[in-house]
Design a binder for this molecule. Structure first.
Ligand code: ADP
Ligand code: MG
Length: 352
């Protein structure tokens, strides 16, 4: 179609823009789960219950006992680029302590689903508010009886973007992605009780009272938990490099799987993947692991803010360091000394 002034170039309407943008934040159910769990943790929740149906394609519910929202908060929260977490670029550059700060998750999730939020703030309010947001519009706001905290429900994800919905994989695959996301946050926050339920079946629940070992037990079960070895290295324990400290748990070499999925690695408490970290871990195990076998690892690296860029794309979990080689050597050394201490690297010569 040609405009009156003879050009075919025209501005897209708001709705179209929002749905295109949504595809970059919310790629699949697991990405919505990630955003909602991050919001609950940012709200200082001590309990986060995640319920999904059909891999999250039919329903995602995230319930928390966090700070909660007033009616005005709710109305603001679903608007575009609204956040309570930063004011300006300066805040961003001096370092954000919250997991979120872009102010786009609720708005974008709500533009490609039927979103219901029930919330009651911790300020002693008698009742809460329920807000319904469908395909980009607030369709109802009503008082609602609910406990302190927030419940977000996402129904029929991508119902209005059929092409995107068609690209969803099987329920099992979508759920595997959800499970991986929730597991990452459960392991990183042993002081928060995190549960995951799929199609009515509880997959795991951490107590929120424990340490990392207790969270690993809840998430991966007794066999894996009993094979875990502590890693604790800082200062002079580490070869030179940007990493200040490395801590966590790694499994006995005999407890391994054929997937990288169980390598849960964190930089400054953010779940990330990084070639340098993975290669350092694998280097430490050396020939103790068969080819294409991976250990269970939950490893936390602390690095100075300027050695790594955490201000990455919302979907990207991959990070790079100024000096990848040094990071690889540091991780290798920390994991190797933990394995050695437990007598697990005696036979470093190739087997056979
Ligand atoms: P961001 O997390 O980047 O700020 P979101 O769209 O995810 O953006 O959320 C917008 C705002 O809504 C947040 O800044 C926060 O103030 C509020 N909010 C969202 N989820 C919760 C929650 N579970 N508990 C309390 N407040 C929340
Ligand atoms: Mg958020």
């Amino acid at each position: 179609p040609t405009n009156a002034d003879g050009t075919e170039i025209h501005q897209l309407d708001e709705d179209t823009v929002a749905r295109i943008a949504a595809g970059e934040v919310v790629e699949r159910p697991a990405s919505a789960v990630k955003e909602l769990v991050e919001n609950s943790l940012d709200a200082d929740a001590s309990r986060v219950d995640v319920t999904v149906e059909e891999g999250g394609t039919e329903l995602i519910r995230v319930a928390d006992d966090g700070r909660g929202m007033t009616e005005a908060d709710l109305r603001a929260a679903v608007r575009q680029h609204t956040t309570s977490k930063i004011e300006d670029l300066e805040d961003l550059e001096s370092g954000v302590s919250t997991l979120g700060f872009r102010g786009e998750a609720l708005h974008t999730i709500g533009s490609v689903s039927r979103l219901t939020i029930r919330s009651r703030p911790r300020d002693g309010s008698e009742t809460g508010t329920e807000l319904v947001y469908e395909g980009g519009d607030v369709t109802s706001v009503e008082p609602a009886g609910c406990p302190e905290g927030t419940v977000v429900e996402v129904e029929d994800l991508f119902y209005n973007t059929p092409a995107r919905r068609k690209f969803l994989k099987t329920t099992a695959t979508e759920f595997a992605h959800v499970n991986r996301v929730v597991t990452r946050y459960a392991l990183a926050n042993p002081d928060v009780a995190v549960s995951l339920t799929h199609d009515g079946r509880e997959v795991f629940a951490t107590t929120g009272q424990g340490d990392l070992q207790a969270a690993v037990l809840a998430v991966y079960g007794r066999e894996v938990a009993s094979s875990m070895i502590p890693v604790e290295a800082d200062g002079d324990d580490l070869p030179p490099g940007p990493v200040d400290s490395i801590s966590g748990l790694v499994s006995h070499p005999e407890t391994n799987r054929s997937s990288r999925e169980y390598l849960a690695t964190y930089v400054n408490d953010r779940a990330v993947t990084a070639d340098a970290i993975r290669e350092g871990i694998m280097g430490a195990y050396g020939t103790q692991l068969g080819s294409d076998r991976y250990p269970f690892v939950t490893l936390f690296l602390e690095v100075p803010g300027d050695a790594v860029d955490v201000n990455v794309h919302p979907r990207k979990r991959e990070v790079r360091f100024d000096d990848d080689d040094a990071v690889r050597r540091q991780v290798d050394a920390a994991v190797e000394s933990a394995l050695l201490e437990h007598g697990l690297l005696r036979s470093r010569a190739p087997r056979g």
